[in-house]
Design a protein around this ligand. Structure first.
Ligand code: NAD
Length: 366
């Protein structure tokens, strides 16, 4: 789950000015009075393939907030797919409304009709506020949907693969920082032990890493203590812990000035999306503090790799194997960041953008 963050994106006056500044290809506003559907599909870039990104249902305070969120998230998907070597572009959708009250089969089927009208340019999947069941309804209107249950030939819950990729990225970070990628004896703080964080905790403890966790869900904390012997801290105490690795696996935009100042670790490597509150400012701040930051959109790409596998013919083993490429890519990014003296998120974005530009050049010569 992610909170929307106005901080992460510069907002411009005027719809086209905003879309132009983020370089989006197409924005689709979907309205249906009968079902109450109000959705925005943002297709950021389709140079590498159809734009794939989940549908988020959220009770946005304003329509501007919904638009801001979908623009920010779809751009992130472009870079996540590009850096992961997938033949996918970036897109995302948001449905404005309360997922508990406003969602219905009819609404999801109608939403599927809008996706179908895009002729394969956008492929949806589940996200915050939507479930695999909702994707089954969407599937009744279009084949441009992934993230289906295993019973329907889909990949099921992508979280274990996301956790595995995060673990691989964490090991690559340890290799860079300590010369060995072993997590044995490493002190690791995990913020958020939900679907991804709990799997990550399992992988870390299997390797004899020592975990401290925080969460707002008492049941999850009890499970982490009983099953994995984790130590628990509450609230913001997680930031100031004297640990080797901090793994944000709950909310976005938590790497802000206050929290970065509090951090007492060598490495930041976690699964949460959009961890840097203000990308450039906080990317630089982390670098200047001497911390090694594993870019979130790279190391949490396991879920997308799993969903992509579904698009091309699902195979969990292949998805896990492809996820292991995160190790080398993470090290390449660290090396580029060193060579260019730039922060690691910037290095990751440059590598992703270069792949898109290279393919665009090839396409323009057909
Ligand atoms: P989740 O909702 O299952 O888990 C999030 C956990 O964070 C919950 O247990 C929640 O109680 C906890 N939490 C919420 N606020 C907190 C706080 N203030 N302090 C500590 N804990 C708090 O979500 P998830 O699927 O595990 O995803 C975790 C993060 O990873 C999200 O940012 C998500 O966008 C990102 N992500 C997930 C996937 C995936 O495959 N699930 C893929 C890519 C990125």
């Amino acid at each position: 789950m992610n909170v929307t963050s106005q901080e992460t994106y510069e907002t411009k006056d005027g719809l086209f000015a905003q879309v132009e500044s983020t370089n989006h290809e197409q924005i689709v506003f979907c309205n249906d009075n009968a079902t109450g559907l109000k959705a925005i599909i943002a297709i950021h870039n389709t140079v590498l393939g159809p734009g794939l990104g989940g549908t988020r249902m959220w009770n946005y305070a304003t329509e501007a907030e919904a638009l801001n969120d979908v623009l920010r998230l779809s751009r992130g998907m472009t870079y996540k797919a590009a850096i992961s070597g997938l033949n996918l572009g970036g897109a995302k959708a948001v449905i404005i409304g309360d997922a508990k009250k406003d969602k219905s089969e009819a609404l999801m089927r109608k939403f599927g009709r809008f996706i179908e009208n895009l002729n394969g340019k956008y492929i949806t999947a589940e996200d915050v506020g939507t479930t695999t069941k909702d994707m089954e309804y969407v599937k009744m209107s279009t084949d441009s949907v992934a993230g289906l249950p295993e019973s329907m030939g889909g990949g099921g819950d992508p979280s274990p693969v996301t956790a595995y990729g995060t673990y691989i990225g964490m090991k690559a970070s340890a290799k860079k920082a300590y010369g060995s990628d072993s997590l044995k004896g490493k002190q690791i703080a995990i913020q958020g032990i939900g679907k991804v964080g709990m799997h990550l905790l399992e992988l870390i403890t299997k390797e004899d890493g020592i975990a401290t966790v925080s969460d707002i869900n008492e049941g999850s904390l009890k499970h982490a203590v009983a099953e994995y012997g984790a130590t628990v801290v509450s609230g913001d105490d997680i930031y100031g812990l004297d640990v080797d690795i901090f793994a944000p696996c709950a909310l976005g935009a938590i790497l802000n000035t206050k929290n970065i100042n509090a951090l007492n670790c060598d490495i930041i490597a976690g699964a949460a999306n959009n961890q840097l509150a203000i990308e450039e400012k906080h990317g630089v701040m982390i670098k200047e503090k001497g911390l090694l930051y594993a870019p979130d959109f790279l190391i949490n790409a396991g879920g997308l790799i799993n969903v992509y596998s579904e698009v091309i013919g699902y195979n969990r083993e292949n998805a896990m194997r492809d996820t292991e490429n995160i190790y080398d890519t993470t090290l390449n990014i660290f090396n580029l960041a060193d060579e260019e003296n730039i922060h690691t998120q910037k290095a990751a974005t440059l590598i992703a953008q270069k792949r898109i530009d290279d393919i665009l050049n090839v396409q323009s010569t057909y």
